[in-house]
Design a protein around this ligand. Sequence first.
Ligand code: A3P
Length: 315
Amino acid sequence: MEEPPRPELFDFHGVSMTKFFTDNWENVKKFKAKPDDVVIASYPKSGTTWACYLLDRLYFGKTHPEKETSLPLYMRVPFLELCIPGHPKGKDLADQLTVTPRLIKTHLPVHFVPDTFWENNCKTIYVARNPKDVIVSHFHFSRMNSIHPAPGEWDGFLQRFMDGNSEIKVYNFKHKCSFVNQPFVSSVAYGAWHEHVVGWWEKKQTNPNLHYIFYEDLTENLGGEIDKLCSFLGLTPSDEEKQSIKDAVRFDNMKDNKLTNFTNAPLMNLKISPFMRKGKVGDWKNHFTVAQSKQCDEHYKQKITSPGLQFRTEV
Ligand code: A3P
C-alpha cells in the first residue's frame, strides 16, 4: 500500500503544527461550547483514548448501550481540531452530537482552547504522561499514522522531540519564515511537550473545573482514579457499574475492541504499529540508551519547575 504524503510542520502562532490540525482553525476558534460539555485534553500519546473511553462508559455505558456496538470511539468523542481528508471535521462532528454531555477531545495547548469552553466553565480533564513513554509512543505512532511527519530514526526523533518548538523558532528567526520550503522531516505537532503539560498545570491552579490526571496513576490505581473523576464530575455509579467500566477499559479489552482500537481509522496503518501498542509505564527502557535516558531526565528537570508537577517513569 502506498503511503500518503506526510504533512510539513510549521510555526502556528508560536507552536509547531501541521495543516491537519489548523486547516479548520477559523471555525474551531468559533466553536460554541455548551455549559455541560466535557473536554478531554492532552498532549498526543498520553492516554487520551483511554480517558475518552473511560468517560464515554461513565456517562453512556448504561443509557446508550447501542452506541457501544455501532460507532467507533473517535466518532463518539470528536477530535475538535482534526481536519483530514476522507473524515468529517472534528468540529462538525462535535456540533452534530446529540448526547448530553458532549465529550470533546483536543490536543490543543491551553492558550489555544476556544474561549467559549472557559466562558461556559466546561469541565475539563487533562491527561498527562511521563515524557519518556510519550516519546516512545509518539515515535511508533508517527511511523504508522500519516497525519504526522515521518519520525525518521529513533535518535534524531528523540533529539528533535526534546528541542520541541525552539528549533522552529530559531529557524524562523534566522530564515525569516521561509522554512516551508525546507520542511522539518520529523518532529512533532502541538509544540514542546513541557510547554503543554506546564501550561495546563498552571491553568489548573486557578480553574477548579480542570481535573489533571496522570497515565501512571491510571495504571497504578484505576479504581481510585475513577472515584476521583466521579467526584469531580458529580457522578455516582454503583460498584457493579464501576467494575464493568474497569473491565471495559482494560488495555487488552480496548485492544480487542474494534470500536476503540482504531480499526479502519483514516490514515493509520495498524500493520506498521498498532494503536494499542504496549499500554505500559516504562516501555521507554526498551528504546533509550543509558546516556539518552540521563540526557532526557536532565532536560526535563530543567524545563519542569512548576511546584507540584512531577512525572513518574516507573510505577
Ligand atoms: P503506547 O504506545 O505506549 O502503548 P493517546 O490515546 O493519547 O494517543 O495515547 C496512546 C497510548 O495510550 C498508547 O501507548 C496506548 O497503547 C495507550 N493506551 C490506550 N488505551 C490504554 C489502556 N486501556 N491502558 C493502558 N494504556 C492505554
